[in-house]
Design a protein around this ligand. Structure first.
Ligand code: NAP
Length: 303
């Protein structure tokens, strides 16, 4: 069975109120539809900013290979990176070579901070680092260089060298321009920051994504790790068992992925133990509207 088919092997009926959410047959992994495609992807991916920027030390690369192996063994899909993250693409390539290109891999990279003349060379270098022929998702990183690269990225999609095109930003930067691009450009994916404290995109950008049929990748779901400062020494709330969470990481991730318009979250980690915690959010009950309000209120009280 090829990867595309695997992604489609999902239970027909949704067990939650979210119409775009299904559970994979057998494993119960939560998957959401890439809008309008009938293709489903696991709601937890993995990021590589900082955590995979580890130089060329082979022992470290082997450790990170095991972090990635854990991710795929637990049902992970999207691996997100960018040429901005120094050697992260090479570390991914190293790990994929050792693991053997899992069927469930959804590759996601970007073009970053280069001239339009050099756009193609950067794309080719990224493919070479990963040892891939095509990317599943390829984004312009960030909003401010969209004009430099959108023609090249659109031509990659037309030529079958990428499956989905998008744009990526973070920290709420250039929200007005992003909104304009979401209204006017043929975007399949938008990556932006969303977590239980950074909720601005709930007002305008997420409803717009729904209107335009754009998949959303939520970066910084732990606010770069800062959210754990608020949860340190805090007991888990009594309601956490109602949504099948046994640690704070899972609570934070389930808040993000339970928003109807979020397709997946991409937490970054350098540790197997943290990867196991994070991937625990890929199964079980997702909070509904009432529980999400409870979660927000509880977290706001910790800050
Ligand atoms: N397009 C953009 O402009 C942009 C910007 C930012 C990020 N991104 C993408 O989004 C991804 C995620 O964002 P991020 O990495 O900046 O932030 P994040 O995922 O919110 O937080 C990562 C931090 O959380 C820690 N962590 C992870 N799991 C944990 C757990 N279970 N318990 C305690 N600590 C845990 C990690 O440290 P440990 O290593 O110790 O686990 C790391 O320091 C990035 O890796 C990148 O791929 C894109």
């Amino acid at each position: 069975m090829n990867r595309r088919n695997l992604l489609k092997t999902v239970a027909a009926a949704s067990l939650t109120p979210l119409p775009n959410l299904v559970r994979s047959t057998g494993t119960d992994i939560l998957m959401k539809e890439i809008p309008g495609t009938g293709e489903y992807m696991p709601v937890i991916g993995m990021g590589t900013f900082k955590v995979f920027e580890i130089g060329d030390d082979i022992a470290l690369r082997d450790q990170h290979t095991e972090v990635m192996r854990t991710f795929f063994n637990m049902g992970g899909g999207m691996v997100d990176t960018s040429p901005m993250y120094t050697v992260a693409e090479d570390v991914i390539g190293y790990a994929l070579n050792k693991i053997g290109k899992p069927e469930g891999l959804i590759s996601s990279s970007k073009v970053w901070n280069t001239t339009s003349d050099n756009s193609r060379a950067q794309f080719d270098k990224s493919l070479q680092s990963w040892d891939l022929d095509i990317f599943d998702v390829f984004m312009v990183h960030n909003v401010d260089v969209w004009n430099l690269h959108h023609e090249a990225v659109k031509s990659y999609k037309e030529g079958g060298e990428i499956r989905y095109l998008g744009i990526s930003t973070s920290h709420g930067r250039e929200a007005a321009k992003l909104e304009y691009l979401m209204k006017t450009q043929p975007l399949d994916f938008v990556q932006l920051t969303y977590n239980i404290l950074d909720r601005e995109i709930e007002d305008r950008l997420l409803p717009l994504a729904q209107e335009r049929g754009i998949a959303i990748i939520a970066n910084r779901p732990f606010q770069g790790g800062e959210l754990f400062k608020h949860t340190a020494n805090q007991p888990l709330p009594a309601w956490s068992s109602e949504i099948d969470c046994s640690n704070w990481a899972q609570i934070l991730l389930k808040y993000v992925i339970s928003h109807p318009e979020v397709t997946c979250a991409i937490p970054g980690t350098s540790k197997i133990a943290h990867m196991i915690e994070n991937m625990g959010a890929l199964t079980g009950v997702l909070p509904g509207t009432g529980m999400r309000a409870t979660m927000r209120k509880h977290f706001d009280s910790l800050v």
